[in-house]
Design a protein around this ligand. Structure first.
Ligand SMILES: [Zn+2]
Length: 344
């Protein structure tokens, strides 16, 4: 049934610029960035890779940035550090994978807006400001809904000024609405799903979706089963998310942020991390699986949509009558448009 779309999907994917707005490697300086080969093989042009969350010590974040940057440079036949849109276009032209860094949270800024420009110099091109829990800047999605704080307002300005994508994933509703009202640049949810389709704290409300679109921004559909209420994140489930967003706010505001997590079995958490605090739905803080966040609520183990299945997602979009231009918009043109405005 799907076979008839497979050839067309493969061709279209090859011709497209593909932007995966979020992926994770273990935050260990010893980890090899060669893992990203999987993104490259899947036909991805640019991937944003996490280099630090709110609970990671600055020592870890700095060593990870140093190591990943050096490794990417050493493998320049495969990878390009994406510091501008021109680098992403060059990666596409030369058949390589462009990589930029993102931060999940803002505690590594120590309430200093001037730290934002420093992280920009280190290759960070995207950040949200609170990881699941409230901090001095604003609200996380697993905490009391709270406003953006005065220092948070300064940090939003600094993120705008630095040319970094301002992201609202993992954050509480009220803070993201405050950020969107304040931001002078298009706002993104790099890896988030639709709360109306599945009521999970990590998902975003229609109000957030509408406000994001109003900034000219993009919502990157996340591939984690637990945020979509399914056991297996098959292409049809991701398509439901895409189709909902496209119907609600238009195809120009929909993208992909699959959140593929490389080697999830490797425990890269800081020693003694209170995992039940950072991932409140965790079934047991002493779970045998080191990294198993977001609560098995009858859905079985965590599963994430692998980048190699993007081609199948394209086939599903074709089957549902999506035009090539619209598919290309979702695959990467929308995030390219926003990054073009923000990164310069
Ligand atoms: Zn995340």
């Amino acid at each position: 049934m799907m076979a008839q779309y497979q050839t067309e999907a493969t061709q279209l994917l090859n011709d497209s610029l593909v932007w995966d707005c979020h992926a994770c490697m273990p935050l260990l300086p010893s980890y090899s960035v060669d893992a990203l080969d999987a993104h490259w093989k899947a036909g991805v042009t640019h991937v944003s890779v996490n280099v630090g969350m709110d609970f990671n010590p600055i020592e870890t974040i700095m060593q990870v940035i140093a190591s990943f940057t050096a490794q990417l440079k050493q493998r320049s036949e495969k990878f390009v550090m994406a510091r501008s849109i021109a680098d992403v276009l060059e990666a596409k032209r030369s058949g390589r994978l462009a990589v930029s860094f993102d931060l999940e949270g803002s505690m590594m800024l120590f309430d200093r807006p001037d730290m934002v420009a420093l992280f920009h110099q280190l290759g960070v091109r995207q950040m949200h400001l609170a990881y699941n829990r409230n901090n001095s800047v604003g609200g996380g999605c697993y905490d009391t809904d709270s406003a953006l704080t005065p220092v948070g307002r300064d940090i939003v300005h600094a993120v705008n000024q630095a040319g970094i994508l301002l992201d609202g994933s993992h954050m509480g509703e009220r803070t993201t609405l405050d950020m969107m009202a304040l931001s002078t640049a298009p706002f993104i949810f790099s890896h988030s799903n639709v709360k109306t389709l599945f009521d999970h704290p990590r998902c975003v409300s229609d109000r957030q979706i509408d406000a994001c679109a109003a900034t000219g921004g993009v919502i990157g559909v996340c591939g984690v089963n637990r945020f979509m209420g399914c056991s297996e994140p098959v292409p049809d489930v991701l398509f439901e998310q895409i189709d909902y967003l496209a119907s609600r706010v238009g195809i120009t505001h929909v993208g992909l942020g699959l959140d593929w997590m490389y080697d999830l079995h490797i425990d890269d958490n800081p020693p003694g991390l209170d995992r039940g605090y950072w991932w409140p739905n965790l079934q047991s803080a002493n779970s045998a699986v080191a990294n198993d966040p977001y609560a098995p609520n009858g859905q079985g183990p965590m599963q994430v949509f692998h980048p190699s299945k993007i081609v199948d997602l394209v086939a599903v979009m074709l089957k549902n009558g999506y035009q090539h231009g619209d598919i290309r918009a979702v695959l990467g043109d929308n995030f390219m448009r926003v990054a073009g405005k923000v990164w310069g």
